[in-house]
Design a binder for this molecule. Structure first.
Ligand code: PMP
Ligand code: GLN
Length: 383
């Protein structure tokens, strides 16, 4: 393994899911739903396979039906206009979109600012692109985490190339407010920065609104927006994601994508095009369902003695384990399956400043209610 990647080892998600399988514990580690997405969308994939749509290499930018559906989705939910031919790119999940964006836009030595804790592929992809990551730490504040805008401003240097943003935010569940996003946009314009914004949880927000960063003044020409069908439609195994942005940016990302995967799996693209056209009721339904699950797990974790940061979005609840008399999230997560049959993820893996992340542990609530109730009953035996 080369020096750029040597530090990264095995991703925590693989490690923790393997631990869950090995111990038979309830897996609230890796974020994937235990109920598949809509039947009619699965049928659409079967039809595409059977009818021979997408069984051979689809077009590099993605099938026209899906690019049109992504464009229509941006218009319908946000009133944003994109050209499906020049401003949309279909990728192998958001993960490839992140990699291709960084490989395309970062020069060796460029600084990339990311909100810490950050999704684990960010650090690895910045490293693969030869960039230097500059973490800006979200600070715990009561039952939420906050972005300190002064810290963000102070992190920008003459070598900063881009800000890698994520809202709704994994693992904290924070949804950046309108004012915070406006300030990020102002800073990007003032310092002439690009922003790559990972908005895969755009529809999974509870009691608040998600606003795309690209909708702020001056951002249309400098923002690469990333989303994915995995979360919105509960098909994390399909790996269909997309990028929207100005033609020069999307062309650049596409140049990198060509040599990573060339194209993404064909039949699933047709099915996701149909999924994006589902009525509003579908999108509200998944959101409301997850909100109820968040409440169930958040209340249960509170009863079990954790300090809970109540997420406004995503699949995840971050907790502080110090009220349980614990301080080391790594040790806690390693012992948890044996102690009570539950798997969780130590947030420290998402930090450069390990000391900042040490007491935090993440639990996924994208699971059936009976599974969450069982997990809560087990966690209550810890106290
Ligand atoms: N970004 C974030 C913030 C995520 O939580 C995930 C996890 N699935 C991804 C990107 C990757 O998405 P995909 O599965 O579509 O590659
Ligand atoms: N995004 C999911 C999580 O944070 C997992 C994705 C992965 O396994 N790479 O749990």
């Amino acid at each position: 393994l080369n020096r750029r990647l040597a530090a990264f080892g095995t991703t925590i998600f693989a490690e923790m899911s393997a631990l869950a399988v090995r111990t038979g514990a309830i897996n609230l580690g890796q974020g994937f739903p235990d109920t598949d997405g809509p039947e009619e969308v699965r049928e659409a994939a079967v039809r595409a396979l059977r009818d021979g749509r997408g069984n051979q290499y689809p077009p590099g930018p993605g099938v026209p039906e899906l690019r049109a559906a992504v464009t229509e989705h941006q218009r319908r939910w946000y009133g944003l206009g994109f050209d499906p031919d020049t401003e949309v790119l279909i990728t192998a999940g958001a993960t490839e979109a992140i990699a291709a964006s960084l490989l395309a836009l970062v020069e060796p030595g460029d600084e990339v600012i990311a909100l810490e804790p950050y999704y684990d592929s960010y650090a690895a992809c910045v490293a693969m692109a030869g960039g230097a990551r500059v973490p800006v730490t979200l600070r715990p504040d009561g039952d939420t985490f906050r972005l300190d805008l002064d810290e963000l401003r102070a992190a920008v240097t003459d070598r900063t190339r881009l800000i890698l943003l994520n809202t709704p935010h994994n693992p904290t569940g924070t949804v950046l407010t309108h004012d915070e996003l406006a300030a990020v946009a102002e800073l990007a314009v003032e310092r002439d920065l690009l922003v790559v914004t990972d908005e895969v949880y755009e529809h999974l927000v509870f009691g608040t609104e998600h606003t795309p960063l690209v909708s702020f003044p001056g951002m249309r020409e400098r923002t690469v927006t990333i989303s994915s069908s995995g979360k919105t439609f509960s098909f994390t195994g399909w790996k269909v994601g997309w990028v929207t942005g100005a033609p020069e940016l999307v062309t650049a990302v596409r140049s990198a994508k060509q040599y990573l995967t060339y194209v993404s799996a064909g039949p699933f693209q047709y099915a996701v095009a149909e999924a994006l056209a589902l009525p509003d009721a579908y999108f509200h339904g998944i959101r409301d369902d997850l909100r109820a699950k968040r409440d169930l797990l958040a209340d249960g974790l509170t009863d079990a003695g954790f300090h809970v940061f109540r997420p406004s979005g995503t699949y995840f609840i971050t907790t502080d384990i110090r009220p349980l008399g614990e301080t080391d999230g790594f040790a806690f997560c390693r012992s948890l399956p044996e102690r009570c049959g539950v798997v969780a993820v130590p947030n420290a893996v998402f930090y450069d400043h390990q000391d900042q992340g040490s007491p935090f542990v993440r639990f996924a609530f994208c699971k059936r209610e009976e599974v969450l109730a069982d997990a809560v009953a087990r966690l209550k035996t810890l106290a």
